[in-house]
Design a protein around this ligand. Structure first.
Ligand code: NIG
Ligand code: FE
Length: 413
């Protein structure tokens, strides 16, 4: 067994004896220990406490690493990304600067269809190598667990290729990875006038192979005007649920799509985006176990109004934060920026944002018993900060890289 002892931690953040999903006002409580130590055995958190209790532990402790006043947090749990893609789309970014809309670009064959053409041309090896490099970058930025979606294939071969890449990432990466099948991301060109034909292909051609090869944990649908209706979303999700995939739905991004309601009705793990919410949608979510996952960098990049985090929290919703990392609407997977933007633009308290990006993010990947807090028995996924004056300094000094080191499953990266 290998053991690591970290001493003189200025503040050990999000320490919980037991953890549960946080909703509403619970998000504002972030339990911390000042001047703390942390003991890690192999890949697991084995103990912690205030420094003055360390001397009473038995003498067979490993040589200590002095944190020299750094803060230690659980690594970020990014529960919504599209990290596997073949190419960036900065040309569309410039079109948008010149005045075109996201929907307008999509209608002209840009957007998701642009990414799908490129993905279908790329080899599995190329996609793997590119995604691997992205994961390396993200882990240095403090991400320790990540959900990754398909949805840029939109053909049987393309979707399976993406999911096989994600499966290979799962097998080789030390990050905890969850895979989501998003065949229903948009209608491919050849099914433009035959929506039912594409839905049939998802259900009859893709899902059976995905189930047989165990290629996905979740099923997702882009429930949006001009994309998939609530009825179509339900049909596709139920087909996924029949082979063991729980829903995590793209909901209420551009319009009041009904995605939140259909997600809650299906018992979805999460409904994600939520830029466009009315009182009914907020109330539905507040009364549900389904997590509302907010993606502020997507709203920022698309110049949309931010998600109504305050209204959601005040109504008692369980909120997670994620990056939506993808080439079209959030070309950054930097969770530090997500946390900062949540505080700056959505008026989340630093405590709320950190809880939503760690513990609740873990729950949004059904990893809440394994990750997301400093809890004995959970995996040692940690962010060690550079010297900072306080925890609120993290989102305050947005854009500065304040991470000194990251530990994933007990190993420094
Ligand atoms: O989550 N909204 C749908 N899907 C992605 C964007 C996809 C793209 O533009 O490539 C999102 O924002
Ligand atoms: Fe997304």
């Amino acid at each position: 067994m290998s053991a690591t002892l970290i001493t003189n931690i200025k503040q050990l953040v999000n320490v919980r004896q037991h953890s549960n999903l946080l909703r509403g006002s619970e998000l504002a409580t972030l339990p911390c220990i000042d001047n703390a130590y942390l003991l890690i055995e192999d890949d697991t958190i084995a103990g912690y406490g205030p420094m003055n209790e360390l001397s009473t532990l038995n003498s067979r402790l490993p040589t200590a690493i002095d944190a020299k006043g750094a803060f230690i947090l659980p690594a970020w749990c990014d529960s919504h990304t599209h990290t596997v893609f073949a190419a960036s789309r900065e040309e569309e970014f410039v079109y948008k600067i010149k005045g075109m809309s996201y929907a307008g670009i999509a209608a002209k064959g840009g957007g998701i269809l642009n990414s799908a053409r490129k993905l279908n041309d790329a080899s599995e090896d190329t996609l793997f190598t590119q995604a691997w490099q992205r994961l390396e970058e993200l882990s240095k930025l403090g991400t320790g667990a990540i959900e990754i979606k398909s949805g840029y294939g939109l053909t049987v071969e393309g979707e399976l290729k993406m999911l096989r890449v994600i499966k290979k990432l799962k097998e080789h990466s030390s990050l905890s990875i969850k895979a989501t099948f998003l065949g229903a991301h948009t209608y491919p060109q050849e099914y433009k006038n035959n929506h039912q034909g594409y839905i049939d292909s998802i259900i009859n051609d893709m899902l059976p192979v995905i189930a047989r090869e165990e290629l996905a944990d979740y099923i997702d649908v882009f429930c949006e005007e001009g994309f998939f209706s609530p009825g179509e979303t339900e049909t596709i999700c139920r087909a996924g649920m029949a082979v063991g995939l729980k829903p995590k739905i793209h909901a209420n991004q551009l319009n009041l799509s009904g995605g939140t309601q259909v997600g809650v009705k299906l018992g979805a793990v999460s409904v994600d985006h939520l830029e466009t919410m009315d009182e009914a949608a907020v109330k539905t979510l507040a009364n549900a176990d389904t997590i509302g996952t907010l993606l502020p960098t997507a709203a920022f990049f698309l110049r949309m109004p931010m998600q109504p985090a305050r209204a959601l929290i005040d109504a008692g919703c369980a909120i997670a934060l994620a990056s939506d990392f993808n080439p079209g609407s959030s070309p950054s997977g930097n969770m530090n920026l997500v946390v900062a933007m949540s505080c700056i633009q959505m008026k989340m308290l630093p405590e709320e944002a950190i809880n939503a990006a760690t513990l609740n993010g873990a729950y949004a990947m059904e990893l809440g018993q394994e990750l997301g807090s400093i809890t004995v028995g959970k995996k040692a996924n940690l962010i060690i900060t550079k010297p900072i004056p306080s925890l609120a300094y993290l989102p305050y000094a947005f854009g500065s890289n304040l991470i000194d080191k990251v530990m994933i499953k007990g190993a420094w990266i």
